[in-house]
Design a protein around this ligand. Structure first.
Ligand code: PGA
Length: 881
């Protein structure tokens, strides 16, 4: 039998050997021998040989400060190389599967399934045209790999792919292997830790690079595939304007807890996007003009270029090229603060589209459809999807910051204390001012700097064209006045259109009250008119889980969406739910199509927004082939959830969920909030404090500088527990809730729920995936090295609870092992463990040394090595946090 994974193993060996050779060339044989010994001991230790494990522990705790950095780096780099090989293998397998027609989840098959379900072909097409999926790239600090390394890794992946075609025993193959070695050596000799934090503008550029390097190619390819699938399944073709998926961004717009995102930054990022779009289209149009040398054209083109013109398309597009270049010049001058000429720039997407569509028409009218279907079609798709703004920006700010504006204003006028006003009082005031034409802000008012910044941002928003913005998101929203406050601020700034203002409900209480909050708003005729029949609401996954535990948050999110869906449908308002999901399960992550299909019935009503963050952006959209697949998965899932919504959960399931979540939330909080030992344990056993040093993103790890765990953002919270493999936030509390059900002998009910209710089975699957990534031996090691004797019993208790939880889970599902249904992930975790183990041992050791050095100052190589373990473990777990 052919071993389908042999190419993966061959690649891993090739990469591993080259890395070894690089290290040997650089640092000599002795260090390579040490690394080899560690690798061997780790492997044997994993296989159950306790003596090897003991020797490994001994070896890694006695490495000198000098030795520790290269050892750490070698394991980190190896894991990154293994990821590349896996990624390449995934594409390879997909190609193989589609050649064999084994993949039953392709779009044509899905469309046929929908038709078999009784949906007419016309309805399928109509729904595809109405789809409005927006994937929102955020700058959330979870991408641990530097951009310069990502580029090298992309190069390595390209070599591996090319090697598949030529084989390494040919001259071309040898050249590829040499290039591969060179790239591995370059990576080794490059510092994997950023020396400074990226600025928000750097982050935005990183987002643009994903578009330039991958999505620019992937999007037209996806749209062609979609069109073909629709034609096969329904006999209809899609119009060129069909754009079911678009991208939006938070990079440079999200200022929640990030003081570095200022109004000036937002303005700069908007201009940079204009420049970038113009740059990409300028290349496209120049390539297109080179190709469109045809002489025949329709009357419109002929009239535009005159009778003497031999090459009408080239001539006709010359004007567009000029305007694109003018746009580029203008954006560049604006960015440089120079006088900028905007007389000839592209202001509306129509101005980009119209000449392209005219060429398309002319070519078709003259019998050159085949030419229209080529490069021109790709560019038209890009013009519809990306357009002159490249991607739309969201603004996000915390509700407290908006309230602060009114606190200062009301105090200035001597009207009292806004913070102490009741909610009805605030609403009445805000509504009155919204309806009033006279300006509210006095000219001589000098508010605090923080307030000035909020006002400046609102002015920037008001000056930006509507087509460049998507929404204004209010984090930590809870009451109607949070929403009215933003609309009033924007009005005062001179806003001329009704930007969607989306409250983000992100604590359990706020999710529970979301429906009531929106109901109050929609009951206000003024507000209802403002919405123009469209309401966006954002659901916060991570903070709710941090607040109430994973199970209770998951159910809270479900119920909130259900209630909001019912409310909006009753009020005749179209609801778009915006899911603030992170990459990891603890922050609402997981396969997107499963997530979409397990949403409450009718909540995915053709439109959806989802955040895409950090390393997940790279994993899902960094390579065109994989990006196309993910775009397809999103489209298929949203279509399916819209046209064949899941049945509503049974009453008894709801009751059971209510009971379980009450227990899990109580138990979770009893530990996290009420156990006085918990926070000291968290601080001692996990690298939470050390993480703040890792310059992953532009924003600080905490919302407030001096805050405790409550103000710690969800990302470092999850990140810290992931690093030491207890993964506590995902299961704590659920263990007690499920144990209670077992004690009541009601496990069969859970099993029914798991087999009949997608939402619940998705919850269990995610829980299982996370539990498979836990490792109590590793967690115990951190305790042993880092936790004081007084706190050790707490660690032991948590590990026992986790073990019990895993055993109980297996009983629920009637399985002997975790992940039997998912052999690919199981295999991947198994293969990685021996390489991650040394990093864990080293991390605990490094944390110990860092804490010992303390005030005396930590030697640079120790700090550096500690940061390398963090990124290495993140690479090994394929998730930062
Ligand atoms: P936030 O996001 O802290 O920006 O709300 C949390 C997350 O993505 O996990």
């Amino acid at each position: 039998m052919v071993d389908v994974h042999q190419p993966l193993r061959d690649n891993v060996r090739l990469l591993g050997d080259s890395l070894g050779k690089t290290i040997e060339d650089h640092l000599g044989t002795a260090i390579l021998d040490t690394i080899e010994t560690i690798r061997r001991l780790a492997k044997q230790g994993r296989a159950g040989d306790s003596e090897s494990r003991a020797r490994l522990e001994e070896l890694l705790t006695t490495l000198s400060d000098e030795q520790i950095l290269p050892v750490t780096r070698s394991f980190n780099q190896f894991l990154n190389l293994a990821n590349i090989a896996e990624e390449v293998h995934r594409v390879r397998r997909r190609k193989h599967d589609s050649n064999q027609l084994m993949d039953d989840d392709t779009l044509p098959q899905q469309l046929v399934r929908l038709h078999n379900h009784g949906i007419s072909k016309d309805d399928i097409v109509k729904q595809i045209l109405a789809l409005d999926i927006e994937l929102v790239l955020t700058a959330h600090p979870t991408e641990a790999v530097r951009r310069t390394l990502i580029q090298k890794y992309d190069g390595i992946a390209e070599c591996l792919r090319a090697l598949d075609n030529v084989g390494d025993d040919t001259a071309d193959g040898q050249r590829l292997v040499d290039r591969l070695k060179e790239l591995i050596s370059q990576a080794w000799h490059t510092n994997e830790i950023r020396t400074r934090r990226p600025t928000p503008v750097d982050e935005a550029k990183w987002g643009f690079a994903i578009i330039e390097n991958s999505l620019w190619k992937a999007m037209p390819r996806f749209l062609r595939q979609l069109d073909e699938s629709v034609e096969i399944a329904t006999g209809h073709r899609l119009p060129l304007s069909a754009a079911p998926i678009r991208f939006a961004s938070w990079m440079g717009g999200d200022r929640d807890g990030n003081p570095f995102v200022t109004s000036a930054v937002t303005r700069e990022v908007l201009l940079l996007a204009r420049w970038q779009a113009a740059d990409l289209f300028s290349k496209d149009i120049s390539d297109l003009r080179a190709e469109l040398s045809m002489g025949d054209c329709n009357a419109t083109l002929r009239q535009a270029v005159g009778d003497d013109e031999q090459e009408p398309y080239r001539a006709y597009l010359r004007q567009l090229s000029r305007r694109i270049e003018a746009t580029q010049r203008w954006a560049r001058d604006e960015l440089a603060g120079r006088p900028a000429d905007d007389s000839d720039i592209l202001r509306h997407n129509e101005e980009l589209l119209q000449p392209l569509l005219e060429c398309d028409r002319s070519l078709r009218e003259c019998g050159m459809d085949i030419i229209a279907e080529g490069m021109l079609r790709d560019i038209i798709h890009r013009a519809y999807v990306f357009g002159i703004h490249l991607l739309r920006l969201d603004i996000r700010q915390n509700s407290e910051r908006h309230a602060q504006v009114f606190e200062e204003l009301v105090a200035y006028y001597g009207w009292g204390n806004y913070a102490e006003w009741s909610e009805p009082q605030k609403q009445a005031f805000l509504l009155r001012e919204l309806k009033d034409r006279r300006p509210l802000f006095p000219r001589d008012w000098v508010p605090s700097e923080e307030v000035q910044e909020v006002l400046a941002t609102c002015r920037t928003v008001a000056q930006t064209p509507a087509s460049a913005l998507s929404a204004y998101v209010i984090s930590m929203a809870s009451v109607p006045s949070d929403v009215l406050a933003v609309i009033l601020l924007l009005k005062e700034a001179g806003m001329s259109w009704n930007i969607p203002v989306a409250p983000l409900f992100e604590t359990l209480d706020d999710l529970d009250n979301a429906q009531s909050c929106m109901q109050q708003l929609l009951d206000m005729p003024w507000y209802k008119a403002y919405t123009q029949g469209q309401q966006m609401v954002m659901i916060g996954y991570s903070d709710s889980a941090k607040d109430a535990g994973h199970l209770a948050a998951t159910w809270g999110q479900f119920k909130a969406q259900e209630a909001l869906t019912a409310l909006c449908s009753e009020r005749g308002v179209h609801l778009t739910l915006f899911h603030g999901r992170g990459g990891t399960v603890g922050r609402g992550g997981g396969p997107s199509h499963t997530a979409i299909l397990s949403q409450p019935p009718r909540s995915v009503n053709g439109s959806i927004r989802v955040t895409e963050q950090g390393e997940m952006i790279r994993f899902k959209f960094g390579i065109p082939e994989i990006a196309v697949r993910n775009l397809e998965l999103y489209t298929g899932a949203v279509l399916e959830a819209t046209l064949t919504p899941a049945p509503a959960p049974k009453m008894e399931w709801r009751k059971l969920m209510d009971d379980m979540t009450a227990v899990s939330c109580r138990e979770y909080r009893a530990m996290v909030r009420d156990n006085p030992q918990f926070v000291p344990y968290f601080r001692a056993a996990t690298p939470e404090q050390e993480l703040a040093k890792l310059p992953l993103g532009s924003r600080p790890a905490k919302r407030k500088v001096d805050g405790g765990v409550e103000s710690l953002r969800a990302i470092p919270w999850i990140f810290a527990w992931t690093q030491m493999r207890l993964m506590l936030p995902t299961w704590l509390g659920s263990d007690q809730a499920l144990a209670r059900i077992e004690a009541q002998q009601r496990l069969d009910e859970l099993r029914d729920m798991a087999s009949e209710w997608r939402f619940f089975s998705a919850y269990l699957d995610m829980l299982e995936m996370v539990m498979a990534k836990t490792d109590t031996n590793t967690a115990a090691w951190y305790d042993q090295r880092l936790v004081g004797a007084d706190l050790q019993p707490l660690g032991a208790e948590l590990r026992t609870r986790l073990r019990d939880m895993i055993a109980l889970y297996k009983r629920i599902r009637g399985r002997d092992e975790l992940l039997v249904q998912n052999p690919v992930i199981k295999h991947s975790i198994g293969v990685r463990n021996p390489y991650i183990d040394p990093l864990h041992l080293l991390q605990a050791e490094l944390m110990r040394r860092v804490r010992l050095y303390g005030e005396k100052g930590v030697p640079n190589q120790i700090d550096q090595a500690l940061m390398v373990t963090m990124t290495g473990i993140a690479a090994g777990m394929r998730n930062t946090g």
